[in-house]
Design a protein around this ligand. Structure first.
Ligand SMILES: [Zn+2]
Length: 257
């Protein structure tokens, strides 16, 4: 399925057929520019999807490069297949060392860690491709690790300051207008933190008790993601020397990298 961004003819989205609890309707692959065309997040390794992306690229020009918001397979597994179609092109990603201020063709690299340590966003004029940093209607999981949650919140603040017209995420609908939704997500995370501190202070120090008290609105299917985000909140509190020693810490599942 193709996705249009109102007000620009230079960007087209292709949604992959990989719906799921982490991927929502499927991964959004964004084809950017004319002539020299960049692909943001080639998506999962589905031949039909890669063929649709290659088709959209060839309608606009030829592939000049690939920009990856992060390394998760639902965004990056299609890279080898796309290169088979298009030949060798540069791949810009956090894993290959790209960071704030770098460019990928006409795309400007923005640091937006949190969902994963290597997570980037890419600005194209007043549009920002935000990968799994923010969705229109649901929350993303924030990975544990030093500075992860704090870096995530700082990245969202940075996006508000940039004041883009629209955010094109890696899953689900466009985020428009961005500022309100970004602020809502910042407030949501800080509200969880405040409730987590309260829960711990009143003796809810086991993983189950913290999830039941603070993530009481989360459907069971999403509890694994909530547990990962709980770990990120606990890491932040520990860094800030606000975490009592008797609080249970979650094991991090393998799908979080
Ligand atoms: Zn994703």
């Amino acid at each position: 399925m193709r996705l249009d961004i109102h007000g620009t003819a230079d960007v087209i989205g292709v949604q992959a057929d990989n719906p799921g609890w982490l991927t929502l309707d499927g991964t959004n692959t964004w084809i950017v520019g004319t002539g020299d065309v960049w692909v943001v997040d080639p998506g999962p390794e589905l031949p039909n999807h890669v063929a649709a992306v290659a088709q959209a690229v060839s309608e606009r020009g030829s592939l000049a490069g690939i920009a990856l918001t992060h390394g998760h397979g639902d965004h990056s597994d299609a890279v080898p297949l796309l290169l088979e179609h298009a030949g060798f092109v540069p791949i810009i990603s956090g894993l290959s060392g790209a960071g704030a201020g770098d460019s990928a063709g006409e795309l400007e690299v923005i640091s937006l860690p949190g969902h994963s340590a290597d997570h980037l966003a890419f600005a194209f004029g007043d549009i920002v491709f935000t990968g799994d940093a923010i969705f229109a209607d649901s929350s993303v999981f924030v990975a544990p690790g030093t500075g992860s949650m704090a870096g995530y919140l700082a990245g969202l603040h940075g996006l508000i300051d940039r004041d883009p017209r629209v955010l094109a995420p890696g899953h689900g609908p466009l985020v428009h207008p961005p500022a309100e939704r970004l602020q809502e997500q910042i407030d949501h995370r800080l509200d969880r933190e405040r409730r987590l501190i309260e829960a711990i202070a009143s003796g809810h120090t086991s993983i189950d008790a913290m999830l039941e008290t603070v993530w009481d609105d989360v459907p069971e299917m999403l509890l694994p993601a909530a547990t990962v985000t709980l770990a990120a909140h606990l890491d932040k509190l520990e860094e800030e020397e606000r975490l009592p020693a008797d609080v249970e810490r979650p094991d991090i599942p393998e799908w979080v990298v």
